[in-house]
Design a protein around this ligand. Structure first.
Ligand SMILES: Cc1cc2nc3c(=O)[nH]c(=O)nc-3n(C[C@H](O)[C@H](O)[C@H](O)COP(=O)(O)OP(=O)(O)OC[C@H]3O[C@@H](n4cnc5c(N)ncnc54)[C@H](O)[C@@H]3O)c2cc1C
Length: 312
């Protein structure tokens, strides 16, 4: 799941993608909003060129993959007479229910070298012992554990300051989709084309805090059993790499934004193929990329079969 020095777990193009076949694709455009027509279909996306001139790219089918922050920003900024709260937002849930991997580490200091240099990346050992929900623990959902061993030096330079070898247990917590945790538009902060910036409003829920306590305790037990001479709790942090849940998937247009085909309930020719549609945090702290790629490939295959406009 992790640990590739090429970084390909973050880059589908590097790892798996065949050479691009979409010859007419314009790259590097930043879209300001999507436009729709009176029948309720999306008609294309609007962007500014480097000189600040406005253009529109028309499309029969629109697929957004701007991820958990960019996608709701684009939708919320795409208001019209028909979609006055933003495109595909009749449920009011676009941007709502933002879920992160709220992390927390516990660090153990060891007297012997931890052989960290033998591993690429930072998680030579990964456990999902606590990833299923278990009511006895006093919280819903679960967390997974990654372990990181330090080299024993601040860097690989010969003159680097020696550090005590340490082993860090860091955990990914699975948030609940709390609607107060959200992405919204910030009308005070705008980009150079006066497009409102996204603002992320997030705090740990009581459930996430309980999960953090449980995870930290089990990490301390692990490090103690492994022979750590000192154990230090690190501060909990909202991990800002995995943003999901802000255009959630579901069967009902009242309680979700897209259907099981990643298709907007409100706009039949609009699809979302990124982390924003996840309803849960990919099963307790699993990384997001593989899920996004898998579902995007499913969408691509349907498109290739001419089934892109399939409805439930
Ligand atoms: C530091 C870090 C470490 C990570 N580590 C891992 C890991 O180890 N394993 C793992 O599985 N995942 C990891 N992830 C998560 C992984 O990178 C994401 O899940 C994945 O990139 C999501 O792919 P995506 O295509 O949906 O979105 P992104 O890769 O975020 O791509 C969205 C694209 O949309 C563009 N965009 C946004 N708004 C607009 C707009 N208005 N107009 C035009 N373009 C727009 C953005 O510029 C961006 O290029 C990590 C993420 C970070 C930040």
């Amino acid at each position: 799941m992790r640990g590739c020095c090429q970084g390909e777990y973050r880059c589908y193009l590097l790892a798996e993608s065949p050479p691009p076949r979409l010859r007419s694709l314009k790259r590097g455009l930043e879209f300001a909003k999507l436009r729709s027509v009176d029948s309720g279909q999306a008609r294309g996306a609007v962007y500014y060129d480097e000189e600040g001139n406005l253009h529109e790219q028309l499309a029969r089918v629109v697929v957004i993959c701007a991820n958990g922050i960019g996608t709701p920003r684009l939708l919320l900024n795409s208001k019209s007479k028909l979609f006055h709260d933003g495109l595909a937002n009749s449920s009011g849930l676009v941007g709502r229910g933002c879920m992160l991997h709220a992390g927390r580490g516990v660090r153990g200091i060891f007297s012997e070298c931890m052989d960290g240099y033998l591993h690429s990346g930072d998680a030579p050992f990964y456990s999902q012992q606590f990833h299923e929900s278990n009511a006895k623990r006093g919280f819903a959902r679960g967390h997974s554990v990654g372990h990181e061993c330090a080299l024993g030096r601040q860097s690989s330079r010969r003159d680097a300051k020696p550090l005590s070898p340490y082993h860090s247990c860091h955990r990914h917590w699975e948030d609940l989709p709390d609607e107060d945790n959200r992405v919204e538009l910030d009308f005070q902060a705008k980009d150079s084309n006066s497009v409102p910036a996204p603002r992320v409003v997030y705090s740990f829920s009581e459930n996430t805090r309980r999960m953090q306590q449980h995870g930290a305790q089990s990490a301390r037990e692990f490090l103690q059993a492994a022979g750590a001479t000192e154990i230090h709790d690190e501060e909990a942090y909202p991990w800002t790499s995995h943003f999901t849940g802000t255009a959630r998937m579901g069967n009902s247009p009242k309680t979700s934004v897209v259907n099981a085909w990643n298709q907007a309930h409100d706009v039949p020719n609009l699809f979302m193929a990124d982390g924003s549609f996840f309803r849960d945090r990919c099963r307790s702290g699993a990384d997001t990329n593989h899920w996004s790629i898998g579902l995007a490939l499913r969408r691509r295959n349907l498109a290739a079969q001419g089934r892109m406009e399939v409805r439930d």
